[in-house]
Design a protein around this ligand. Structure first.
Ligand code: MAN
Ligand code: CA
Length: 184
């Protein structure tokens, strides 16, 4: 009940802020509207039962978000809230199992970024250098000097591969956990 009330409150605030803060969201800066949207997304993930939706793939569990697009930091928060973390597939087999479930043309955030050191891509969950990176040809290019977060994308009919993209873009995302917590 409390969750529902806070969700409705956040939605109300978001609707009222939308009008006055459109320039904020257009510029992509993490302004007040972004924070409200983030909060809403986290609350929505709690409402939908979150961690019960993880799929068993190999020895891990993945959740592929197909309903809401959020920025990279919101995706991180939502995955954490679901008892997991933004995914960092460790090998080709793991990546393949995920890829066959993705929808072509969509972009999905992964838990990898070079926010701490340009050009050094780290797994958010461990803080260590990401060991498995499968880039689209020509990537990572840090286009415009503002691409620090890693997504999976497929161009035309090509397979899904990794690209560095602006962290403030709204995309679908993939969460991961070692063992799901299905107690909700
Ligand atoms: C877009 C973005 C970039 C990417 C280029 C490749 O501008 O997706 O991240 O590097 O396309 O052409
Ligand atoms: Ca890029």
């Amino acid at each position: 009940m409390f969750k529902l009330v806070s969700l409705l409150l956040c939605m109300w605030i978001a609707v009222h802020l939308q009008g006055s803060l459109t320039s904020d969201s257009v510029s992509g800066n993490s302004g007040r509207l972004d924070r409200v949207e983030n909060q809403m997304a986290v609350l929505q993930s709690q409402q939908s039962g979150g961690s019960g939706n993880f799929l068993n793939i190999g020895s891990k569990y993945f959740y592929i978000e197909e309903n809401q697009k959020v920025n990279w930091h919101s995706a991180l928060n939502i995955c954490t809230n679901m008892g997991g973390h933004l995914a960092d597939p460790e090998n080709q087999q793991e990546l393949n199992s995920i890829l066959q479930r993705l929808i072509r043309g969509r972009h999905y955030w992964l838990g990898i970024s070079d926010l701490a050191n340009e050009g050094l891509f780290r797994a958010q969950n461990t803080g260590r250098r990401a060991t498995f990176l499968k880039w689209v040809y020509g990537e990572p290019n840090n286009y415009g000097n503002y691409e620090h977060c890693v997504e999976l994308k497929s161009q035309q009919n090509r397979p899904f591969l990794m690209n560095d993209a602006p962290c403030w873009l709204n995309s679908y995302f993939i969460c991961e956990t070692g063992a799901p917590n299905n107690d909700e």
